[in-house]
Design a protein around this ligand. Structure first.
Ligand SMILES: Cc1cc2nc3c(=O)[nH]c(=O)nc-3n(C[C@H](O)[C@H](O)[C@H](O)COP(=O)(O)OP(=O)(O)OC[C@H]3O[C@@H](n4cnc5c(N)ncnc54)[C@H](O)[C@@H]3O)c2cc1C
Length: 415
């Protein structure tokens, strides 16, 4: 793989950019792989990358029915934080956040990680108590957060109106090393690195059946033919239930659309990420100047990958009290993705009833931030057949044993 560098950019400028290699190959499928990963979103690609990097397993196919990164990975609002309440969550989200810090160097691909700081506004007395509790928990977990005053909120984000008529800003949970990254670049960077290790990324290839014999997966049927594998990893976010159905087991998970929108681009006006969970909206400003705005998941299960007008109205109405300036902005575009939600709002990284089949899903509305940590933990599970310390608490058996990891508050948005 030719390395990207300032020197390479200068050289290509002189050659009218004719010398760039394709970032990843478009191979024909082989008949057999050691590991087949279904889903080339961030989590599937990160799983493949750490399988190669940490365990030397490179005879891997990542099978994607659309284009890589075209699912939730390319549709999310890119908030990265690790200020969760429970210890297992803080561990995996902080692992992910720390991997984001060095991801551009690791992948030699600029993922535009921007640790600009994330604040979650406290707009009720209940939220103050909740976020103070999280700040104490984070201190014990080694995650750097603090509960800040309204004056500090205003200092960090001058466009906020503190004294809204319904929900004044009473403080915030502040994570200074949280932030954003470029979502497509995360998928593209991992894809380039995987392809360079000789892995096959098979786009426009849908898995339509999973074959098994004696409690083990033997292969999959795809829209481009049969593929055999020694191990199968299902990493398909909102489609997890469908794939589990193909494999013959059920998941404690439901799917719904989560929508977002961006405004027309404006001059820089906010350089932090703000989440307002009581009124239900969150906002940051992209490098292009658009305000990136998200809200809650649809209140009913569905598989639509598009936006709807009532959602725009609800989300903008919620945010306008705290950010009056957005009342005069035009909306540029809106969209939706299918998120997969578990009852305790925590993910599943788990063995399944089939011995050599593993699943990573249930990241719901918050799985962009976890991509590197999830890939790291899932690769260990697939390689060793047993979960490591990061993944162990997130097994499917927790729903049978009642060991829930309740993150319904820290997950951030209503769902
Ligand atoms: C509007 C929106 C805003 C969000 N905001 C945030 C945020 O700010 N911060 C955050 O941390 N998270 C956020 N999320 C959540 C985050 O996007 C997801 O949790 C994360 O991207 C999931 O990644 P993934 O790789 O598991 O799934 P995906 O990126 O969806 O990848 C799964 C892939 O599997 C493929 N697939 C499915 N079925 C098959 C099949 N049968 N055969 C082959 N391929 C198949 C799909 O085409 C898809 O590309 C948001 C999500 C949405 C929709």
């Amino acid at each position: 793989m030719r390395r990207y560098s300032a020197f390479a950019i200068a050289r290509e400028a002189f050659r009218f950019h004719t010398g760039w290699e394709r970032a990843w190959a478009a191979p024909e499928p082989k008949s057999d792989y050691d590991v087949v990963i279904v889903g080339a979103g961030g989590h599937g690609l990160a799983t493949a990358y750490y399988l190669g990097k940490n365990f030397g397993i490179t005879n891997v196919a990542i099978i994607e029915k659309g284009w890589l990164g075209g699912g939730n990975t390319g549709r999310n609002t890119t908030i990265i934080r690790s200020n969760y309440l429970q210890d297992p969550s803080a561990a995996i989200y902080e692992k992910a956040r720390s991997l984001y810090e060095t991801m551009s160097q690791d992948l030699n691909y600029n993922v535009m990680f921007s640790p600009r700081g994330v604040m979650m506004l406290a707009q009720t007395e209940h939220e103050i108590r909740g976020y103070q509790r999280t700040a104490h928990a984070n201190a014990l977990q080694g995650v750097s957060t603090e509960f800040i005053s309204p004056a500090r909120v205003k200092e960090l984000c001058p466009i906020i109106e503190l004294s809204g008529p319904r929900y004044p800003v009473l403080g915030a949970l502040w994570q200074p090393r949280g932030g954003t990254a470029r979502h497509d670049a995360v998928a593209w960077g991992y894809a380039r690195a995987c392809s360079d290790m000789g892995m096959h990324i098979l786009q426009q290839t849908e898995v339509t059946a999973i074959h098994q014999s004696g409690g083990q997966v033997t292969g999959v049927t795809t829209s481009k033919g049969e593929i055999n594998c020694k191990k199968l990893a299902i990493v398909v976010a909102g489609n997890s239930g469908h794939l589990a159905d193909m494999a013959g087991f059920r998941l404690p998970m439901e799917s719904a659309a989560l929508q977002a929108l961006v405004s027309e681009p404006i001059k820089p006006c906010m350089d932090v990420v703000v989440m307002a969970n009581t009124v239900h909206g969150y906002m940051s400003q992209s490098d292009k100047g658009e305000l990136v705005i998200g809200g809650g998941a649809d209140g009913f299960n569905n598989y639509t990958q598009r936006g709807s007008f009532h959602h725009v109205e609800e989300t903008v109405r919620a945010l306008i009290e705290t950010f009056p300036i957005i009342s005069r902005l035009k909306m540029l575009r809106q969209w939706g993705g299918i998120v997969d939600m578990t009852g305790d709002r925590s993910p599943i990284i788990s063995k399944t009833p089939l011995g050599n089949c593993f699943i990573d899903g249930g990241w719901g509305t918050g799985g962009f931030k976890s991509i590197p940590g999830s890939g790291w933990a899932m690769a260990e599970l697939v390689a060793k057949g047993e979960p490591g310390a990061l993944a162990a608490p997130f097994g499917l058996d927790r729903f049978k044993d009642g060991r829930f990891i309740d993150e319904s508050v820290a997950a951030g948005v209503a769902h």
